[in-house]
Write a protein that binds this ligand. Structure first.
Ligand code: HEM
Length: 525
């Protein structure tokens, strides 16, 4: 959900909430709303006591919201309800409850909360991640699925594997700036799939444009928490009211959306018309939507769904692999175990391929454990309900925002023996003893479930297998010769990231290094 992702916790955690002046203006409206909503006879989901007018706004955390949600889960249970300035939020703290509502009542829980500030000042609401439920959503989702369904991803696996090898080569040749090489791998896979674009290096223009798209949304700070998002009528004020630099920030949000989605699409369309474009999601959709008069139907949906692969897929996958690195630095025994398994299969002669997936269950377990240990969307992602429902005797009205607490669900000691530790053995058990699969939680629910999950799984698996085959990964030593351990905490953001860290990558054997060099030479590198 890179760039386009708006974690629910940010929708309310916002320093402007305390502005007495804004509240005073809108107090009457809230009183009336409260009076009308209190006549409900079926109880709302339990939660902390709401104050008049502001509800629970004063308690909404601005940092690591899943920690507060976890406290509430322990007090109020699987389904917690809070109210913020008249808007309702429901937090699902168990897989069962999230599944029962977000999945089984998917036709009701598949919209997204609006972001009036972004909606009024840019086209970002056209990106699949943010589209409200309806026919535009269905068209974009269909286009997206056509590019990243399991068959399409299987066909893309040779290209994904190639990018994993390029990452190894760069790590060996250029040095251990893991995050940069990782980002380039994920970006290269996505840009090839979406546009047929071959990324040649760190200064690739398409990567820069796409990265700028994500960053511009980050520049907005608490996306969804601006006064305009809380009280859309304030959107009628000129942008400079919010600070002298604000109009420029908003212009950059608008421009980056167009550059990343529309301009890239137009470039590919132009190249395709001249017969110069490599096959991709964009060229296939152009062909499929070509009209007799030479125009292309559904162009907006094609452009914004192709761009959504980068905005939603790059940061999430990169951040997950960055957390894998941290796990390897802190849990060398897991790394060793994986390497024993790899060596048994690969015999220091060749590098892993997707064909070996079945024979490398510990690698698969490492990927699952990374997703569980440090989910990059620890507080889920917001859905919006469009009809009233009653669930387990609780009333959830239309217009409620619903999220799931991935952190709490994936750190449940009843499900995982060592929830706080990185312990791939959680998943190395007979089928009947397998705990809850983190992939059933971290990729979301119902009709909004992450369409890129098959791509993410493939990219992560081959990257992890390739890295652990070629390298011993360890902490750098400080001046006193002690290992400098990485921080395992999160940096909050549209997607949560690990803090930057350093690592040493040492080739493990001449055999694997030779295999890499031979592969690179055969590609003319
Ligand atoms: C480890 C990597 C990833 C994680 C953890 C992740 C997680 C998520 C989550 C939590 C959602 C929201 C689901 C919901 O609302 O129920 C989502 C949506 C989405 N993801 Fe992913 N994702 C990942 C990788 C990818 C990739 C590689 C792509 C590329 C296609 C992608 C494309 C999308 C899109 C387009 C949406 C919006 C779907 C919609 O709103 O209908 N994601 N992702």
């Amino acid at each position: 959900m890179a760039g386009g992702g708006i974690p629910s916790e940010l929708l309310f955690g916002n320093p402007w909430i305390g502005l007495g002046s804004v509240l005073a203006c809108l107090g009457l409206w809230l009183v009336l709303r409260n009076v009308f909503s209190s006549s409900q006879s079926i109880p709302y989901p339990p939660g902390p006591r709401a104050l008049p007018l502001i509800g629970n706004a004063h308690e909404m955390p601005t940092k690591h919201p899943w920690i507060k949600y976890t406290e509430w889960a322990k007090t109020y249970g699987d389904v917690v309800g809070v109210k913020i300035l008249g808007k309702r939020l429901v937090i699902f703290n168990s897989y069962q409850a999230a599944k029962e509502v977000l999945d089984k009542k998917s036709s009701i829980f598949s919209s997204r909360p609006r972001l009036p500030l972004v909606d009024m000042n840019s086209d970002w609401s056209l990106s699949l991640l943010l589209l409200p439920y309806g026919s535009d959503f269905q068209t974009s989702r269909k286009f997206m699925n056509s590019a990243v369904n399991p068959n399409a991803v299987r066909e893309a696996q040779p290209a994904i594997q190639e990018q994993a090898r390029v990452m190894l080569y760069r790590l060996w040749k250029e040095g251990p700036q893991f995050h940069q090489h990782n980002l380039l791998m994920q970006g290269s896979v996505i840009l090839k799939l979406a546009y047929g674009h071959e990324v040649l290096g760190h200064d690739d223009e398409w990567i820069q444009v796409s990265e700028r798209g994500g960053e511009s949304m980050e520049d907005l700070g608490t996306v969804g928490g601006h006064p305009v998002d809380l009280f859309p009528i304030l959107g009628k004020l000129p942008l400079w009211v919010w600070g002298s630099k604000f109009p420029k920030t908003m212009q950059s949000v608008k421009d980056s959306g167009i550059n990343m989605h529309v301009k890239t699409y137009e470039t590919v369309k132009d190249r395709h018309a001249k017969g110069l474009a490599a096959p991709s999601m964009a060229t296939r959709l152009i062909d499929e939507n070509m009209q007799k008069d030479g125009s292309v139907a559904n162009e907006q949906a094609i452009a914004w769904s192709a761009g959504s692969i980068y905005s939603a897929g790059s940061d999430t996958t990169t951040s997950t692999l960055d957390f894998f690195l941290i796990a390897m630095l802190l849990y060398p025994e897991a790394q060793k175990k994986a390497q024993v398994e790899l060596d048994k299969v690969l015999q220091h002669e060749r590098l892993p391929t997707f064909e070996e997936m079945e024979s490398l269950p510990y690698i698969t377990a490492i990927v699952k454990e990374t997703l569980r240990w440090r989910p990059v969307s620890p507080a889920g992602f917001p859905h919006l309900s469009t009809q009233d429902i009653t669930y387990n005797g609780m009333f959830i009205p239309a217009g409620t925002m619903a999220i799931w607490n991935s952190w709490y669900i994936l750190h449940d000691p009843k499900e995982y023996s060592y929830p706080e530790q990185f312990y791939p053995e959680h998943f190395v058990v007979p089928a009947e003893k397998q705990p809850l699969d983190p992939e059933d939680v971290i990729f979301g629910f119902g009709r909004r479930v992450c369409p890129g999950r098959h791509l993410a799984r493939s990219s992560l698996w081959i990257a992890v297998a390739s890295l652990l085959t070629l390298f011993d990964i360890s902490c750098p030593l400080d001046e006193e010769g002690k290992p400098t351990k990485p921080d395992t905490d999160y940096i909050d953001g549209l997607v949560s990231h690990p803090k930057p860290c350093k690592a040493v990558f040492k080739p493990r054997s001449d055999g694997y290094l030779k295999a890499l060099m031979q592969e690179r030479e055969s590609k003319g590198v």
